[in-house]
Design a protein around this ligand. Structure first.
Ligand code: GLN
Length: 568
């Protein structure tokens, strides 16, 4: 099978039913695939599971990458409301994608790009454009083989480009959804074409414990996995998500029902620290199961694995042994936070581990502060530091500016992220430079003092999709500043952006004259990127999002030094 079969399938002609474009130079067996899916419910943590497994394989010296396949029609995640779908994560190449890509990058400690993220919107656009340009040789264009053919082609192109030993594929959504059925069908075909020794399936499922019974029940899990098997996909590994460790009895029931040896039906119960999940999978020998299934034994570097595992174990211990706890106030509405600030909370955890503290978050609802429904002194008195994160629109901004003022005047550590940078500029303009009407044209298009204004390049743009100032850019750092010191005396750094507005260059001199230091600027154009105050323990803000580049054991310098200055 494999090579020969694929060759016969890749012949495209009006006479054949097949449509399996295979990129030139592709070799069956060079890259192996682990397909992860979810059954029963969404939100099982497939991303973290896949990343943890990928991490274990990377420890062994394998070249690993990950890809997410989203069912929705959006071309990217840029127009999605984070309160509905979790945070929009931005890759270095400017791709706005699902928050799972954030997990992938953090676990793998590897930059990914647009090839690692695909949506049905992208695939269907490609199919329709190809049809219009006559790319299907007079055929009626169908889900099978054309849509599935394009999906397989994406994976094979990624394999060829990255020369990966393993690609961990995450099919978004839940098995049984209409909107990911074309992906699952494509994965079934992939396995047939590449051969069983090159593709394996790991599915997550959910074991419920009804409160009225107080006992774990496996039926929903069995039915969910049954659905996958009906689609022609036999799982090799089943991860059982549950509140508490899954009992032997339940794992046995699931095993019998799904033709999966009980040793490969593993308990993935809730843990406090997500970075301990690779160790949990290691305990269960899930990495070895995959190595055996995919015949990767000969590619492994045992020595590297030992030292990498030790480093990771030490890191996890460090996180779990932190005794002190500090509370950081973040301006955001609690009821809406579900996953919408995932990278920020992770960055705080990375910085907390580095500084030996647990970070507790207090969500500050600024619309209540500005309306006087909550007293700002009362709200902020017990927080060690304050973060104003990114955001869009005018809701709660006056309250955010009040929080910045509080931090500045009370010498409380402050970290502003994107919108938080703009809030800091407005606060300084109003209260220090006495430009009373200072505002952003995002909130008041007709303001007489547009201290924050739309970027010139953004004025011409219509529509909202994928057209902000996006992705990784270089930043020139001014020598002798706090930014220079905390970025290790570098004069050029790279961080990721996602914004439409900026500090209006016409006001820069006025602001600087009163003591606001712009310590990071864009090369060549007058876009201000980092600001700081001198007579303050820590008052810094960035027009970029430092949370997108923070990783375990490598906290972003801004977060790290912010937390350091919050220590008691
Ligand atoms: N709304 C602001 C802008 O577009 C800030 C964006 C953000 O915080 N990501 O510039």
């Amino acid at each position: 099978m494999g090579e020969k079969l694929l060759k016969s399938l890749s012949k495209q002609s009006i006479k054949h039913e097949f449509y399996t474009p295979v990129p030139r130079g592709y070799k069956v067996g060079k890259t192996k695939y682990i397909i992860t899916t979810g059954t029963v419910i969404s939100g099982l943590g497939k991303g973290i599971f896949g990343s943890s497994l990928a991490k274990l394989l990377k420890f062994k010296g394998l070249n690993v990458t990950q890809v997410k396949m989203e069912g929705y029609f959006n071309i990217d995640s840029g127009t999605l409301n984070p309160y509905r779908h979790g945070e929009v994560f931005v890759l270095d190449d400017g791709m706005e994608c699902d928050m799972d890509l954030g997990s992938y990058e953090r676990y793998l400690d590897q930059n990914l790009n647009k090839d690692n993220f695909t949506t049905s919107g992208q695939i269907f656009t490609k199919v329709l454009e190809k049809e219009r340009s006559g790319g299907y040789l007079g055929r009626d264009v169908q889900f099978i083989p054309h849509v599935t053919g394009e999906i397989k082609s994406i994976l094979r192109q990624l394999a060829l480009k990255t020369k990966a030993d393993v690609i961990v594929v995450e099919v978004g959504g839940t098995v049984g959804d209409l909107e990911n059925s074309h992906y699952l069908e494509a994965m079934r075909q992939l396995m047939y074409e590449e051969g069983k020794e090159n593709v394996c399936f790991a599915t997550l499922t959910y074991v419920i414990t009804p409160a009225s019974l107080g006992e774990q029940k496996s039926k929903a899990a069995q039915l969910g996995i049954g659905k996958l098997i009906e689609l022609g996909i036999q799982p090799d590994i089943i991860g059982c998500r549950a509140d508490a460790p899954v009992t032997e009895k339940v794992r046995e029931k699931i095993s019998i029902y799904s033709n999966v040896p009980v040793g490969n039906v593993i308990s993935l119960h809730n843990v406090k620290n997500i970075y301990s999940i690779p160790l949990m999978l290691k305990e269960e020998k899930t990495d070895q199961v995959v190595i055996d299934l995919l015949g990767l034994g000969e590619r492994i570097d045992k020595k590297k694995e030992r030292s990498e595992l030790m480093k990771w174990r030490n890191y996890v211990k460090k996180v779990e042994n932190s005794k002190k706890t500090i509370t950081i106030g973040i301006t955001g509405k609690y009821t809406e936070i579900r996953d919408s600030y995932a990278s920020i909370t992770e960055s705080l955890n990375h910085a907390g581990a580095e500084n030996g503290v647990n970070v507790n978050i207090k969500w500050i609802e600024t619309s209540k502060i500005e309306k006087g429904k909550k007293d700002i002194n009362e709200e902020l008195k017990d927080v060690a530091g304050i973060i104003v994160p990114g955001g869009f629109g005018s809701r709660g901004v006056e309250g955010k500016i009040m929080c910045v003022e509080y931090a500045r005047k009370n010498k409380r550590p402050y970290l502003g992220l994107c919108l938080g940078f703009q809030m800091a500029v407005l606060e300084f303009a109003r209260n220090v430079c006495k430009i009373k009407n200072a505002n952003s044209t995002e909130f008041d298009a007709k303001t007489t003092e547009p201290v924050i204004d739309i970027l010139p390049e953004q004025k011409k743009i219509e529509g909202l999709g994928g057209n902000m100032r996006l992705g990784g850019r270089y930043i020139d750092i001014k020598k002798g500043t706090k930014a220079y010191a905390l970025y290790g005396n570098q004069t050029k750094i790279r961080e990721r952006f996602r914004h439409r507005y900026e500090c209006n260059p016409k006001y820069i001199k006025k602001l600087e004259k009163k003591g606001l230091v712009f310590s990071g600027k864009a090369p060549k154009v007058p876009i201000m990127q980092i600001l700081e105050l001198l007579d303050h323990p820590f008052f810094m803000a960035s027009q970029f999002h430092p949370e997108f580049t923070s990783r375990p054991m490598k906290p972003n310098p801004l977060f790290n030094n912010f937390i350091k200055s919050c220590l008691p």
